[in-house]
Design a binder for this molecule. Structure first.
Ligand SMILES: Nc1ncnc2c1ncn2[C@@H]1O[C@H](COP(=O)(O)OP(=O)(O)OP(=O)(O)O)[C@@H](O)[C@H]1O
Ligand SMILES: [Mg+2]
Length: 508
């Protein structure tokens, strides 16, 4: 069944006429069958307008006026009476041209009056070759889905990812879905830093969390709050904290900063613990009486926050960074729940862990054989705009710039990509774009996406929760998808496993 015929217009925009009662949606995937036999063109709807074969809009407006009058008179109005002259004009963006047995970029226009039809999953079969091993959802056409899985590739992990959407549009759900796919594969390390306490058990009634994935050995949980299931106590060592980490989290005057640096120089690795433990007078004299006792006092008060919650320990043996790195290297998802902490402490822990992973990979890099066995590690950070607003300064910005070489990727989750530094955002090769209502946010993504998504602006505004576009250099165009609802995905994975188990027992 075809739904319209091509009327124009140029390589970068195909327009066709559809019957007036044919419902065509923005974001729908359509196919143009070239009438001269030159293969088929894949297109997506970017806009739909009314059209009438009379003097432009005037006829529509005056006919609407007549309809209103008829209604008032009670004689009624039947639009289909005018169906011959009414139509919809549909504007579409080209996705590709399938001819001579393969997919090509669209470089020409379909013949006049070529027929347009809706796409089927067979039309998009060729995309399977571009799909990776981490399933996230199904191919979407408008608000419908086609029977085809959309997966990202583990290769894209060190090339960094961004998950961007207005609140409630499905960022956390997508993160859980990626985490479950990682657990299924056990080939990649995925560190999920959770400041909201929503990933462990779903955070609220009716939602599922990572613990519900029940994949043997797939998940390791760290938290300094009490959770309902097995978990490790989250602790990092004071020795792993650097002056720069504190600098980005607390306000320090120039003199206080100098004092911190002097302490690090004087006490070495254990500087933070020493500052915390020693008396003001002792510190002052050990630092050569160069700093006011008042400054030292302020510093010590700040440090009390750091040492609150038993989170930072002066005993390096109690730090969990090594355990976390081992878990990541064995292909696990590691969930670090920081929801009981104040923001500064939460970011401090995230910083320490991320730096430990980055430095570890960096130190292994020169040993080619050892480095070969290291799986890519993805570090996911919620509200990433907090630490990525500057091109330098935070370990996260450094990972965005240099992580690729060392197989460490950043997955930045944010409601406000416009607050992320341009240079940093341009490092994110895979962009998951869910519904984004703010124009400035969309503009930023448009400029940094590795595919031209300019014409998809209309659609991005209209996306419903869970509907997304994923732009990356790994596919020929930005792929529209509906992300799996995590609660359903967990069940389907479980179902798949028990079917597999039944098959295995039947076999033996
Ligand atoms: N893929 C999906 N399919 C169906 N519904 C979804 C999907 N993703 C999200 N939703 C719905 O939207 C709700 C909000 O999703 P989610 O918590 O993931 O949003 P968020 O972007 O993380 O929001 P916030 O910015 O507040 O953290 C979910 O509870 C669910 O009802
Ligand atoms: Mg969320």
């Amino acid at each position: 069944m075809y739904i319209g015929r091509v009327t124009g217009q140029k390589v970068l925009q195909t327009r066709f006429r559809a019957e007036f009662d044919e419902k065509v949606q923005v974001g729908e995937m359509l196919v143009v069958e070239d009438s001269t036999g030159d293969g088929m063109y894949l297109i997506r709807v970017s806009d739909v307008e009314h059209g009438a074969e009379m003097d432009g809009e005037e006829w529509i407006i005056s006919t609407a006026g007549s309809a209103l009058r008829f209604d008032q008179e009670g004689s009624g109005f039947e639009p289909s009476r005018h169906r011959q002259r009414m139509y919809s004009m549909v504007s579409c963006v080209p996705l590709g041209h399938i001819h001579d047995g393969g997919f090509h970029k669209t470089k020409t226009i379909p013949a006049h009056f070529s027929m347009v039809r809706r796409a089927t999953s067979e039309d998009y079969q060729f995309l399977e070759g571009y799909m990776g091993d981490l399933e996230v959802g199904r191919l979407r056409s408008g608000d419908d889905v086609l029977d085809m899985a959309v997966s990202i590739s583990g290769i894209s992990i060190p090339h960094h990812m961004g998950i961007f959407a207005t609140t409630g549009m499905g960022k956390s759900n997508l993160m859980k879905t990626i985490a479950l796919s990682c657990m299924k594969r056990r080939r990649y390390g995925f560190l999920v830093l959770d400041p909201h306490g929503e990933y462990y058990d779903g955070g609220e009634a009716g939602k599922k969390g990572l613990r519900d994935a029940r994949i043997e050995g797939g998940l390791e949980v760290f938290s300094s709050r009490r959770l309902s299931g097995p978990h490790n106590t989250l602790r990092v060592s004071a020795n792993e904290i650097e002056v720069a980490d504190l600098e980005s989290l607390y306000e320090f005057s120039g003199a206080q900063l100098e004092c911190l640096q002097a302490a690090q120089w004087r006490y070495g690795n254990s500087w933070l613990g020493e500052l915390h433990r020693k008396e003001v007078g002792t510190i002052s004299s050990e630092l050569g009486e160069r700093f006011h006792e008042g400054s030292i006092n302020v510093i010590k008060r700040r440090l009390e926050n750091v040492f609150r919650f038993d989170l930072v320990t002066t005993d390096p043996k109690l730090s969990v960074t090594g355990t976390i790195i081992d878990a990541l290297h064995s292909g696990k998802v590691v969930l670090v729940d920081t929801s009981n902490m104040f923001e500064a402490e939460e970011l401090l822990v995230s910083t320490v862990l991320s730096r430990a992973i980055f430095e570890h990979h960096k130190s292994m890099y020169s040993d080619v054989k050892a480095f070969d066995s290291v799986p890519p590690v993805l570090i996911a950070l919620e509200e990433a705009q907090r630490v990525l607003s500057e091109p330098k300064g935070s370990i996260f910005a450094q990972i965005a710039r240099e992580g690729r070489k060392f197989r460490v990727g950043l997955c930045a989750v944010s409601q406000q990509p416009k607050l992320i530094d341009n240079e940093v955002i341009s490092q994110f090769n895979t962009l998951f774009i869910l519904g984004l209502s703010d124009k400035n946010d969309r503009d930023i993504l448009r400029n940094s996406a590795k595919q031209d998504i300019a014409q998809l602006d209309n659609e991005i505004q209209m996306l419903m929760p869970g509907e997304a576009l994923v732009a990356s250099p790994f596919t020929p165009f930005a792929i529209p998808l509906r992300v799996h609802l995590y609660e359903d995905y967990v069940l389907s994975v479980e179902e798949g496993r028990s079917t597999q188990a039944r098959r295995d027992t039947d076999f033996f």
